[in-house]
Design a protein around this ligand. Structure first.
Ligand SMILES: Cc1ncc(COP(=O)(O)O)c(C=O)c1O
Length: 435
């Protein structure tokens, strides 16, 4: 399919260019962005808001936002261990629904907890070798809530520039002074902590990072960061959303890989990547954090608890993660990640970071990234395109997400589709680069 000429704005504009702050009507301000997104959709250059019409798996059926059919190899779902339709999880969900109904019907600080949710809290704490865990109804709420509970005006937050939005938004809203440090830079943290402690010996300081960064698939040196935090009376918080269950010999993630199990001050994570459910948690060894989160954390205290069905699903997923089957699924996942990274690199793509469940692929300019994405979607490969403002302008990438159940054929077929799209795109890239 030759690439058709397209209006420059749907090829090169980004959503933030189309927000109009002028109209007095607050909703009217979003009309230009809506019109622009619809124009992109009409030109088949908008890959967002895809809808599944069946179960998640290595191959899926779906629809785009206009209702047009999509189908093919699925690199766009977060179900790293392929547990979304595992018979044990389906059975656990059905049994929980029969016993508890499907609803938590209250906040955890009132009457929303079930014995499934409290068992899950105990299991997560045990799995992480930490004293306590608190379960949230979303991973986003866990990250946001942890930071908002820990710091306030007069405190300081040092946060990796590429940390998830839930962490950045919480830091900004907390009233603490926010210091954004260069991605994965232990040296930057050490230097800032030295300076801060000299000037503010009694301030509370929180350092925030992730196990695996989802846009780059890279990892900080957690042992070094924790040691620096201890030396400076600072608290380290690590978001393990993308590595817990998935990496490390026993599934305890990058913390395990770096020999730090049970030694990180605050560990927070999400169930939505490896544990086949909404939800998240915050865990630590400190005896005061658990009740602080129960009583004084808006994204926990003032919202309905995780449903009994979701708690049962995560407990069943944890059983698998801790079993030989879990180890086998992690091994298949990692084989798939390595195969995909290798195939795409040989196919001329820029593959970023280290092997994990995420394979980020640098695509560059918006126009190129959108055309490549449209082409692979049309040829039977489902991908997620990440654009500005999530990444730098013209620093687009695919955030490919691998599953244990992808076969070698799925991976090879995806690489072939991507490579064909890239070859087709090359003359346009040269013309655009020259103009
Ligand atoms: C690093 C990280 N933390 C937290 C979250 C939020 O988790 P959830 O989507 O389960 O609410 C995400 C979501 O993508 C994430 O990537």
């Amino acid at each position: 399919m030759p690439f058709e000429p397209m209006p420059q704005d749907v090829l090169n504009g980004v959503s933030t260019d189309y927000y109009d702050a002028q109209p007095v009507g607050l909703m009217d301000r979003w009309q230009p962005m809506t019109d622009w997104a619809d124009a992109r959709l009409a030109a088949k250059l908008e890959p967002y808001c895809k809808v599944n019409v069946g179960r998640i798996g290595p191959r899926v059926l779906g629809r785009d936002r206009a209702g047009r059919g999509l189908s093919g190899i699925n690199m766009a779902s977060q179900d790293y261990l392929s547990l979304g339709s595992h018979p044990k999880l389906l059975a656990a969900a059905a049994a929980a629904a029969r016993r508890f109904g499907v609803h938590s019907a209250g906040s955890p600080a009132q009457m929303g907890l079930t014995t499934l949710a409290t068992s899950l809290e105990e299991r997560i704490a045990e799995f992480l070798s930490l004293a306590d865990a608190t379960v949230f109804s979303t991973g986003w709420g866990a990250g946001y809530g942890a930071i908002r509970t820990l710091v306030r005006e007069g405190d300081h937050v040092l946060i990796d520039v590429l940390a998830n939005a839930c962490l950045h938004e919480a830091a900004s809203a907390s009233g603490a002074l926010v210091h954004r440090f260069s991605h994965c830079s232990t040296e930057a943290v050490a230097a800032r902590l030295d300076w801060l402690r000299e000037n503010e010996p009694f301030a509370g300081i929180l350092v925030v990072t992730e196990g695996v960064f989802s846009m780059n698939s890279d990892m900080p040196d957690l042992a070094a960061l924790q040691a620096i935090c201890r030396r400076h009376d600072a608290t380290l918080c690590v978001d393990v959303a993308h590595d817990l269950g998935v990496m490390g010999e026993t599934g305890r993630g990058v913390i395990e890989m770096q020999g730090m199990t049970g030694q990180i001050d605050v560990v927070m994570g999400s169930f939505s990547k490896a544990f086949a459910s909404n939800g998240g948690f915050v865990a630590s060894n400190h005896p005061a954090l658990k009740l602080a989160l129960r009583y004084a954390c808006s994204t926990h205290t003032l919202t309905n608890a995780l449903s009994p069905v979701q708690a049962a699903v995560v407990l069943a997923a944890l059983d698998i993660v801790e079993s030989a089957e879990g180890a086998e699924r992690r091994a298949r996942l990692m084989d798939n990640s390595l195969r995909l990274r290798d195939g795409l690199t040989k196919g001329g793509f820029q593959v970023l970071g280290q092997p994990s469940a995420i394979v980020p692929v640098g695509l560059g300019r918006h126009s190129r990234a959108r055309r490549l994405t449209a082409d692979v979607l049309a040829h039977g490969a489902l991908v997620n395109l990440v654009e500005h403002p999530v990444v730098a302008r013209n620093g687009c990438r695919w955030q490919l997400q691998i599953m244990a159940d992808h076969s070698a054929d799925d991976i090879d077929a995806f690489v072939a589709i991507a490579e064909a799209a890239r070859m087709q795109m090359e003359p346009y890239s040269l013309i655009e680069a020259a103009s």
